[in-house]
Ligand binder design. Structure first.
Ligand SMILES: Nc1ncnc2c1ncn2[C@@H]1O[C@H](COP(=O)(O)OP(=O)(O)OP(=O)(O)O)[C@@H](O)[C@H]1O
Length: 811
């Protein structure tokens, strides 16, 4: 039965596989890689149906900051061709450029947007060109949603909140709303949004608690403003300063009958972090010491998703709105500090609900949500792995799920973000997205990913219902949540009719189907089958496109991480080399220091004052002269005795002289002894010094050993580096294994094709069974998608009826 479908699937999957391997011709078949022409073709394809509306996606390019200009950022990466087309040129050294050099991806991409706002465009023009009309629709009772998307530091918060001097979309929207309300403010706070789309009338106690809570919240904001040194008037805030900024908008025109209508405005501020919802207006004191409590997302009886126990605050003017925003921002940054995360890792959502009150009744309620999406970068350059990657995955999953909105079955429940705004995508309001980018070459790769994901968002189609639910009034419920008004202005019957419409239609069709001839039933089944196949084919193409985008992104991520790892290894090696060198230097210094210390000690030991030394020198000289004199005399006396008796008197005189000299001899001998002793002492000193030299030599050899050890530790580190390189090689092998896994999948597909071929022949063998299988298939596929429409549901009934009639009346 599904042979055609199967073959299409095979072809499409084959083309995806080829694309993942960087096959050039196949790349042209997919819009994301072939650039603008294909994206535009997708757009024109889906805008044909009158009941469908393309999500409006705007691009805002942030100007370079002074630091970026001073840092010499490459300024040619992003070129705005016209007001709708932007071209991205990969800078040298970027991962995209490296990939394109390896044949994966391109070095130049073109993207188109509903409108592009260049760096010179100010906040007012951005507001006028994007959400202004949505705000006016909101005042007229329609729901609106705006996303601000982009990498960290691209200007998302600037676009939504802005600054005191340059207010963003939120303060400007509030300004328009309050100007529109003027004096028609419903100041009693007894009507409050309830669940997804109802309004609750508060009793006395509830009203009292509500007022107390609001006072406490505003007090907290005042405390915060005093703490941060701002004046109580809050004039520096972007919201309240708007009225002082000289920007003024025309008051939205009100019809004469609107003049007696009163308005009541409630706001909530919450964030989604890692698929957990947190209330930003919940007092910090509740969770400062404990884990921060997360809130549940539930569905009300109308199928509208809402955040359970979310705090709604009734505000009367821009100043109060500013205070609420301030408390939320403070709680957000406090929470992010506690989690040691940057606030840019969560989606923050500011929602405004406007109640139109006419006398005792609530005529309608509309909702405006401004969503500052988390920084879309897949990975922080320094902390690429673990939780960060998981978070990044969650952020982009939300967008990819939005991308699936075009298909008949949309898994809204896969992400909190899409689940909460499911109503808007199913036609209960308008949505738009502002993609923020900066022009820095250093963040080019992340910016390219943002553009690619925004191309997915471009394909999101809002199906506008022929009857908008928001045109019906909300249910007014009491404390117990039961409806208060059943008749009168609120046309509850209309809501009931709307909700039971499907059942009524089914009942009618059942009656018709039972009297239809069997041939006609078969022909309906045939046409249904064709439609089902066409629908499946469309879904498959969409699925493949999304898979391809994910595949591309993952491949690029892999390459980036590989590059980062080799960089880490190189850095590690460099740092070890440096460490080793430093250790060498340390040892050298220690050695020098030690030698110096020893020398100093020796000098101290051997130190003789100069006077003493001079005296000793003089004495030595004197002794030497005397010694030589004595020796001379001795020689002379010896030669005299050898001359004999012929010279006796002389001998006598000489003996006499010698005898006279005897006391001098004793003194000399004494000196000689002393000199000998000194000589011995000097020799001892020499021995000691010799020993010291030996010790020093042994110390040097010890130091050599230590150096040897350091060398060995260096070798160990080298071995570590080697292990890291091995791991890298292992990862490469894993990548190859994945690729071979892909090949296996291709083989599986081939076997599937065979099975399909067999299946296609099966109906001829057993004519009665396929019909049953077909009916079952149609039932199954028609029962799942909500948006398949009344036609599919009618057919489901018809198939069921025909099946039962076939059972009753065998052919
Ligand atoms: N259009 C603009 N004109 C002038 N300055 C801007 C513009 N957009 C952003 N900036 C400035 O750039 C800086 C970063 O902007 P912002 O904080 O809004 O980025 P972000 O994308 O919200 O970052 P994060 O994801 O970290 O919250 C801020 O100092 C902001 O004032």
């Amino acid at each position: 039965m599904d042979l055609v479908h199967g073959e299409t699937m095979l072809e499409a999957m084959e083309s995806t596989c080829n694309d993942l391997h960087g096959c050039e011709p196949c790349q042209k078949a997919l819009p994301e890689l072939s650039g603008i022409s294909s994206i535009a073709s997708v757009q024109s394809e889906v805008t044909d149906g009158p009941e469908q509306q393309q999500l409006r996606v705007y691009l805002r390019v942030r100007p370079f900051s002074n630091e970026e200009l001073n840092g010499g950022e490459d300024q040619g990466c992003i070129v705005l061709e016209d007001s709708e087309t932007a071209v991205l040129h990969a800078p040298k050294g970027s991962a995209s450029m490296k990939c394109s050099e390896k044949g994966i991806g391109l070095s130049k991409y073109k993207f188109s947007f509903t409108q592009i706002f260049g760096p010179e465009v100010g906040q007012a023009d951005v507001f006028d060109g994007t959400v202004r009309s949505q705000v006016q629709d909101f005042l007229l009772g329609k729901n609106s949603l705006l996303f601000s998307y982009g990498v960290t530091n691209a200007g998302k918060t600037h676009t939504i909140q802005g600054s005191a001097k340059d207010p963003g979309i939120l303060p400007r929207s509030l300004d328009i709303v309050f100007r529109h309300i003027g004096s028609r403010q419903y100041v009693v706070m007894d009507l409050k949004p309830y669940l997804g789309s109802d309004v609750q009338r508060l009793d006395g106690d509830q009203l009292k608690t509500e007022k107390q809570n609001k006072t406490a919240l505003l007090k907290e904001a005042d405390g915060e403003s005093q703490r941060t040194g701002r004046s109580r008037s809050g004039s520096s805030s972007s919201v309240s300063s708007l009225s002082f900024s000289g920007i003024s908008y025309d008051q939205t025109e009100s019809s004469a009958e609107d003049l007696h209508v009163q308005y009541c405005l409630w706001v909530a501020f919450y964030e989604i972090y890692n698929e957990q919802v947190y209330d930003l207006l919940q007092s910090q004191s509740c969770w400062k010491t404990k884990k921060r409590p997360s809130l549940r997302v539930c569905d009300d009886s109308n199928g509208n998703s809402y955040v359970r126990d979310l705090r709604w605050v009734n505000i009367h003017n821009a100043d109060e709105a500013c205070k609420v925003l301030r408390v939320g921002n403070k709680n957000r940054s406090a929470a992010s500090t506690k989690m040691n995360q940057s606030s840019s890792r969560s989606h923050s959502i500011f929602t405004i609900k406007l109640l139109r009150i006419d006398g005792p009744d609530v005529q309608g309620m509309s909702e405006l949500s401004l969503c500052d999406l988390a920084g879309s970068e897949r990975c922080n350059k320094t902390k690429t792995f673990g939780e960060r990657l998981k978070e990044a995955g969650n952020i982009n999953t939300s967008l990819l799920i939005l991308g699936k909105v075009k298909t008949s079955y949309v898994p809204f429940r896969e992400s909190k973000l899409t689940r909460l705004f499911q109503g808007v995508f199913c036609g209960r309001g308008k949505a738009s997205m502002i993609v923020n980018i900066n022009q820095c070459a250093s963040t080019y790769d992340e910016t390219l990913n943002v553009m690619k994901f925004s191309a997915v968002a471009q394909k999101v189609v809002q199906v506008i219902q022929p009857r908008c639910l928001e045109s019906l009034s909300p249910r007014l419920v009491g404390r117990d949540g039961k409806p208060l008004v059943k008749n009168g202005v609120i046309d509850q019957q209309a809501v009931d009719d709307y909700l039971s419409e499907e059942e009524l239609l089914d009942g009618d069709d059942e009656a018709d189907m039972s009297i239809m001839p069997q041939e006609e039933l078969f022909s309906i089944i045939e046409s249904l089958r064709a439609k089902l196949l066409a629908e499946r084919r469309k879904n498959l193409v969409q699925e493949i496109q999304i898979r391809k985008e994910m595949g591309d992104a993952m491949l690029q991520q892999l390459m980036e991480s590989e590059e980062q790892r080799s960089q880490q290894i190189a850095e590690l090696k460099e740092s070890y080399d440096e460490k080793l060198e430093r250790t060498f230097e340390l040892y050298k210094d220690a050695l020098k220091e030690h030698a110096y210390q020893c020398a100093m000690e020796r000098v101290e030991e051997d130190y003789i004052p100069i006077e003493e030394y001079n005296t000793a020198q003089d004495r030595e000289m004197e002794l030497k002269t005397r010694l030589s004199e004595v020796e001379e005399k001795l020689r002379r006396s010896e030669s005299g005795s050898r001359a004999g008796s012929a010279f006796v008197p002389t001998q006598e005189s000489s003996t006499q002289t010698v005898n006279e000299e005897n006391p001098l001899h004793d003194a000399d001998a004494e000196r000689c002894k002393r000199l000998y002793k000194e000589k011995c002492a000097v020799e001892n000193l020499c021995c000691e010094k010799q020993e010291l030299i030996v010790t020093l030599e042994s110390r040097i050899s010890e130091l050599n050993d230590t150096l040897q050890e350091a060398g060995e530790s260096y070798m160990e580190k080298l071995a570590l580096v080697q292990t890291l390189q091995n791991r890298l090689a292992y990862q490469e092998r894993e990548t190859k294994r994945l690729q071979s896994g892909m090949t296996e999948k291709e083989a599986e597909l081939a076997s599937l094709r065979e099975e399909l071929a067999k299946l296609s022949q099966a109906p001829q063998a057993e004519p009665s069974r396929p019909r049953r299988g077909l009916l079952a298939n149609i039932k199954e596929s028609v029962s799942s998608p909500r948006s398949a429409g009344t036609l599919c549901r009618t057919l489901k009934r018809s198939v069921r009826t025909s099946a039962s009639s076939l059972k009753k009346k065998p052919v």
